[in-house]
Design a protein around this ligand. Structure first.
Ligand SMILES: Nc1ncnc2c1ncn2[C@@H]1O[C@H](COP(=O)(O)OP(=O)(O)OP(=O)(O)O)[C@@H](O)[C@H]1O
Ligand SMILES: [Mg+2]
Length: 382
């Protein structure tokens, strides 16, 4: 099922004081130590970072699998309710913080991309005082929801000259108030101060090694959802989510080989797409053959998003950056390289962060799964 910011899926909202809610989406935060929290379908992940001058340091990290406390996933984003059990999530967060001995109480939570709405547009250059009113006015034309039901946040991306007129490019994010209230409750129950909320994709973007002038596709392959975002000259241009992801790969192995889910998961993580002809084991080839049609379906979707972007903007995607724990599927990076005949890499969000060298191998492996949480925590240090 395709999601693409489908706001028809978002249910009734409870409007709260907009100013109160807007404060949670503030772009300006100055904390020395901060938690980044990513509530995913399969796991909750928390990163604690600190900053002294320019030096950013990993203090702690921790995660809890959904299966530890739930039969189902943390998020019940089966597109029906968008709600999850706040209490269980809060308990899990508390447990991770205690277990990992995190000391910061300031937290930034990521909001799933498909519950945020992004758009960008241009406005004539104006003063900071004039901007909020103009943005709200323009937002009505872009957001398919009553403004009373969403909280808006925006960034001025750049000022440019178009046909002799000076314009500002605005990136606008709208999040349903209901979602914001839900995260606020979770933070409160977990004893945390909610510093900010931010769409997942911005966390990912922040955790990229360097901003590049090129066009890149940032692909998060998670448990339930994959999201492909096009970043052009460091700016998010569009983002599409689709329900074809890691758990489906496990499901298909489980069904095809008649093995239980845990065994299928193990086989997937061990073999993935690897097959060393001619010495490869029979089972390796079997698993690769089972997975390939599904991997191809994911890559086809990504390819389409890249091509659609080219049709509109006449800029072709130069690099694909893989994130999400499924990016670790053995052989996937190489397979993508051949499929797209171009540059493919796995995100390394810890690149600019200091941590004990002995953890290097571990951090490389954790990178794709923790990229969103790292990006959230980094925002808290800006
Ligand atoms: N080493 C690995 N190789 C292949 N797949 C893996 C590996 N480690 C984890 N996965 C898969 O990654 C998926 C979980 O990804 P991730 O933790 O990014 O998802 P999530 O953020 O919880 O979910 P979502 O983003 O869909 O809400 C699961 O399907 C899991 O089986
Ligand atoms: Mg995720």
């Amino acid at each position: 099922m395709k999601v693409d910011f489908d706001f028809t899926k978002i249910f009734d909202f409870v409007a709260k004081t907009k100013e109160e809610l807007a404060s949670f989406l503030s772009f300006r935060i100055t904390s020395k130590k901060c938690l980044g929290i990513d509530i995913g379908t399969s796991s909750i992940r928390i990163i604690e970072l600190s900053r002294q001058g320019e030096r950013k340091k990993l203090e702690n990290y921790g995660e809890m699998q959904a299966s530890c406390i739930y039969k189902d996933s943390f998020r019940t984003f089966d597109k029906n309710t968008l709600l999850f059990s706040n209490q269980n999530v809060a308990k899990a967060i508390k447990a991770i913080i205690e277990e990992s001995k995190m000391t910061s109480h300031k937290a930034i939570f990521s909001i799933p991309d498909f519950s945020s709405f992004f758009t960008n547009f241009e406005l004539p250059v104006m003063t900071e005082e004039e901007l909020p009113q103009a943005i709200k006015y323009e937002a009505k034309r872009h957001i398919p929801l009553p403004l009373a039901e969403v909280t808006l946040d925006w960034q001025v991306i750049n000022n440019q000259s178009v046909g002799g007129n000076q314009t500002s490019k605005i990136l606008l994010v709208a999040v349903p108030n209901e979602i914001i209230n839900q995260y606020r409750n979770i933070a409160q129950m977990a004893g945390l101060e909610l510093f900010a909320l931010e769409a997942e994709v911005f966390g990912l973007l922040r955790s990229l090694i360097q901003t590049t002038k090129d066009t890149i596709a940032l692909v998060d392959i998670g448990a339930q959802t994959s999201t492909c975002s096009i970043i052009d000259k460091g700016v998010l241009k569009n983002s599409h989510s689709f329900d074809l992801s890691g758990n489906e790969l496990t499901d298909i192995i489980s069904k095809s080989l008649s093995v239980d889910y845990e065994t299928a998961d193990r086989l997937k993580e061990k073999n993935g797409l690897l097959f060393d002809q001619p010495v490869g084991l029979h089972q390796e080839k079997q698993i690769r053959d089972i997975l390939l049609p599904f991997i191809d379906a994911i890559l086809k979707e990504i390819d389409k998003i890249c091509k659609d972007f080219y049709k509109v903007e006449k800029r072709s995607v130069k690099k694909i950056v893989l994130a999400g724990a499924s990016a670790l599927l053995p052989g996937l990076e190489e397979y993508c390289r051949n499929y797209f005949k171009g540059e493919v890499e796995i995100v390394d969000p810890f690149y600019n962060i200091f941590y004990p060298p002995v953890l290097e191998k571990k951090m490389k492996k954790m990178g794709p799964a923790y990229a969103i949480a790292v990006g959230m925590a980094l925002r808290g240090l800006d």
